[in-house]
Design a protein around this ligand. Structure first.
Ligand code: BQF
Length: 296
């Protein structure tokens, strides 16, 4: 078998087009365009790239945005005051603090400061809690993007055995919740593996749907994958590569060339899940502007 390639770039473009049309309608009705406030602390090169990608996507769909760049020496008190000011500001619909944060700042502390009604990343405990109850909420963009890929390609989830490798706050954990709990799109039997899992292959080999978000290049080899499995690679690892202009290339957590011979569907890196993350952020920002989830 050779897997069908899941084209995240294409599906993300479809989503952005649909958001653009919805934003147009929203503005035609007399509303101001949605506004996303991005906060970037420090000068992590990957974070600079990601915030640039998000700002470009906003422009494309008609969402206004601004990136506030703060020095990595900023205190927790100062950062939280800035967030509280954006919470109070009615012209700000969505607030996003780019991660990772410098080590002297607690991400939990910072994220809890964001008004959950503006938490377009879906990281606030209110949104995480509501997700786990299958209640309307802002959903973490990366796992929400994966669910959207299943929907687009009509890949069945219900009653399948899904195995999630990686248990991070942002990807693995909410991914497992969506797969297992979401009423219309989920209802898989779900296993979460973490770095303490004893025999990873014993789990992955049983997966009908294998989601990998471990941050380890080439962790998943063909012999770990069941014939016909759906393989979703969330990993984004920078590997030194002198032959490229930037001096590096992006690889996932899956041995793509090997695993695609066994899988029925597979996502590439780049161009798989990554673009979906950004597209779902656009969707969430529109929801925030329309106050669709939290009308009060
Ligand atoms: C692609 C992210 C780890 C830590 C913090 C397109 C993105 C990535 C890849 C992107 C990510 C990953 C983002 C591709 C945002 C996804 O073509 O494959 C887009 O911009 N992402 C982030 O903001 O913070 C991260 C990964």
């Amino acid at each position: 078998m050779s897997a069908e390639i899941i084209d995240g770039r294409k599906v993300a473009e479809l989503i952005r087009n649909s958001v653009r049309e919805d934003v147009e309608q929203w503005v035609e009705k007399g509303n101001r365009p949605p506004f996303l406030q991005v906060i970037l602390v420090g000068d992590d090169p990957a974070s600079i790239v990601y915030t640039g990608t998000k700002s470009k996507a906003c422009k494309e769909v008609g969402i206004d945005s601004n990136t506030m760049v703060l020095q990595d020496t900023i205190s927790a008190i100062e950062l939280k005051q800035i967030i509280q000011d954006f919470n109070q500001d009615d012209s700000v619909d969505g607030i996003l603090v780019q991660t990772p944060l410098p080590s002297h700042l607690s991400k939990y502390d910072v994220i809890e400061t964001i008004d959950y009604r503006k938490d377009v990343d879906g990281f606030h405990p209110m949104n995480v809690g509501r997700l786990s109850l299958d209640q309307p909420c802002f959903r973490s963009c990366t796992p929400a993007g994966v669910m959207e890929l299943f929907k687009h390609y009509s890949i069945p989830v219900k009653s399948k055995h899904a195995v999630v490798v990686g248990a991070s706050d942002i990807v693995g954990s909410p991914m497992a919740v969506m797969l297992s709990r979401e009423n219309t799109t989920g209802k898989a039997t779900t296993t979460i593996c973490n770095k303490y899992t004893r025999d990873l292959t014993a789990h992955t080999i049983n997966a009908d749907i294998l989601i990998v978000a471990a941050g380890q290049p080439h962790l998943i080899k063909p012999e770990m994958v069941k014939e016909g499995a759906v393989v979703i690679d969330v990993g984004i690892n920078r590997i030194a590569d002198e032959t490229t202009e930037k001096g590096y290339k992006l690889v996932g957590d899956v041995d793509f060339e090997g695993v695609k011979k066994k899988a029925s569907w597979i996502t590439p890196v780049p161009g798989g899940v990554g673009p979906m993350t950004v597209a779902m952020l656009m969707k969430n920002t529109l929801l925030a502007a329309k106050k669709s989830l939290y009308p009060g």
